[in-house]
Design a protein around this ligand. Structure first.
Ligand code: ATP
Length: 490
């Protein structure tokens, strides 16, 4: 486990241009963030790798880029208008507003010792819980997703949870709020129509299913992938970009005919692909990851199986990437609500099929935060982000040894231009301060290679290449430099 704290990571992110608080000069806007020059490169590298792995390089996948603003009936059919609700609770003393499930889960996480000594009641008024075993299970698993408002209310009072802000115990009742963002379209008052900012990218794949089938040559099984912004009214504060009201999702709907493909096999294949992407492609340590199976209470009623790939963040193991077998629930819902014949013909039997789906859904911003935490290393005299070169914001930095020697600067500019042309990724130039300071500055943003052009370079066409991870230096010919760096990105 990486022991870096969120405070340290957040300070580094702001100081070095990864992430800034949103709308900061106007006092900030809760749960929004802006990605700075360095963070934008890292985020883009992760997105590009995701797209390349799951769309460009897979012949059973196609891409989609659906509208963010979408018809209200999409969200009625999907169940989001009635059911995409979270439970909130307010502290009457200090007015802090919290998600009730997060309040309880955090309490259980932090008070593990106290919780093991609880004596459980055997009778539950109004059948809040079926038995003391059910209650005990929930408390021991520290997961309350899927519980009713009544059950959440019971837990807050049974566990005697204090307000984490003012340490008082004076709560309102738990009540629900919808996470969708409504938008009014039209400019004439009274004549506007209601639409929603999408709460997930997934619905685009279902709504456009018929169009995709009719406009391309896809055959089952095949998947549709989308990468883009989703919006949710999140009220839980803290933990940086882990939970924001606007975030980047990478979702796939993998459509198949359950008569021809075993869902269990496809599910295993997707689990492997997800783990491979995080460990092999992004270079994250496998020991910091785990799978968590959803039980019946947590799983949506139409899902046959759901698992989460979780990463151990400084605030505990949390979901990165969900994998769910959603049957044909979503396509059926849109078929019924739109009245359109959403289906695909089986070319062998000529039968119409409403395919089933397996859905891997990931938050790119959570992958981003994970890579920073996972790669952070503090050594005696430096802070290094040991990011895989593939995702590093800058692939190499080029330095003239001295900035007031025109012959060095001109040679260094040549090397800089050469790398800019040959390397698939950003190269930076730095001529400020001394070489040692330039190294430290690049280490903190994870630049794998620093290249210095010195007086010898003018005679023998070689440069000093310094390895970020080991701080070792070697001499390489300028002719072999691009190939050397490009190889490290594979
Ligand atoms: P959580 O339980 O953490 O709220 P979720 O189960 O609601 O997440 P999904 O609806 O399954 O999330 O969305 C798929 C992925 O999108 C999640 O695994 C997560 O990585 C990401 N995600 C969801 N909500 C947010 C958010 N508010 N900010 C950043 N990423 C998010």
């Amino acid at each position: 486990m990486n022991t870096v704290s969120m405070e340290t990571i957040q300070a580094l992110m702001k100081r070095r241009g990864f992430v800034y608080p949103g709308s900061e000069i106007y006092g900030g806007l809760a749960n929004t963030y802006d990605y700075g020059p360095v963070g934008t490169e890292l985020l883009r590298n992760i997105k590009n790798l995701w797209w390349k792995t799951f769309v460009t390089k897979k012949d059973d996948m196609v891409g989609l880029d659906a509208s963010v603003i979408s018809h209200q009936r999409i969200w009625e059919a999907s169940g989001h208008v009635s059911g995409f609700a979270d439970a909130m609770i307010d502290c009457k003393k200090c007015k802090t507003r919290l998600r009730a499930d997060h309040l309880i889960e955090e309490y259980l996480e932090k008070n593990h010792e106290t919780v093991t000594k609880i004596s459980y009641p055997t009778v539950f008024e109004g059948n809040t819980f079926e038995s003391s075993d059910q209650l005990k299970n929930i408390i021991e698993n520290k997961k309350v997703e899927g519980l009713s408002v009544k059950q959440l209310n019971y837990l807050v009072s049974f566990l005697k949870i204090l307000c984490p802000n003012c340490k008082e115990r004076d709560w309102t009742e738990v009540r629900t709020f919808n996470q969708l963002f409504p938008v009014k379209l039209g400019i004439v008052v009274g004549d506007e129509s209601l639409a929603y900012l999408r709460g997930e990218t997934a619905q685009g794949m279902f709504v456009d299913f018929e169009n995709i089938v009719n406009s391309t040559r896809v055959r089952l099984p095949f998947g549709v992938a989308q990468l883009g912004k989703s919006f949710r009214n999140e009220i839980t504060l803290g933990n940086s970009v882990f939970r924001t009201i606007e975030f980047e999702q990478g979702e796939i709907e993998y459509f198949f005919n359950p008569e021809k493909n075993q869902w269990e096999d496809l599910f295993e294949e997707w689990k492997n692909m997800m783990m491979n992407f995080v460990v092999k492609t992004l270079g994250v340590q496998e020991e910091n990851l785990r799978w968590r199976e959803h039980d019946d209470t947590e799983r949506s009623f139409y899902s046959k199986r759901t698992v989460d790939l979780e990463y151990e963040f400084p605030f505990g193991f949390k979901e990165l990437w969900g994998l769910a077998y959603r049957t044909n629930y979503d396509l059926e819902q849109h078929r019924k609500t739109s009245g359109k014949d959403i289906s695909i013909i089986d070319p062998e039997t000529n039968e119409k099929i409403i395919p089933h789906v397996i859905e891997p859904a990931v938050g790119i911003n959570r992958l981003f935060l994970m890579t920073l935490i996972d790669s952070y290393v503090e050594e005696v005299d430096r802070v290094v982000l040991k990011l895989h070169p593939r995702i590093a914001p800058y692939k190499a930095a080029v330095f003239p040894l001295l900035k007031n020697k025109p012959e060095l600067v001109s040679k260094a500019k040549e090397v800089y231009a050469l790398l800019q042309e040959k390397i698939d990724g950003k190269i930076v130039w730095d001529d400020r301060g001394n070489i040692g300071k330039r190294y430290l500055s690049q280490d903190e943003v994870g630049t794998p290679w620093c290249i210095t052009i010195d007086f010898d370079s003018l005679d023998d066409n070689t440069v000093t290449v310094r390895n970020r991870n080991t701080a070792q230096q070697e001499r390489l010919s300028i002719n072999e430099l691009a190939q050397f760096i490009q190889t490290s990105l594979l």
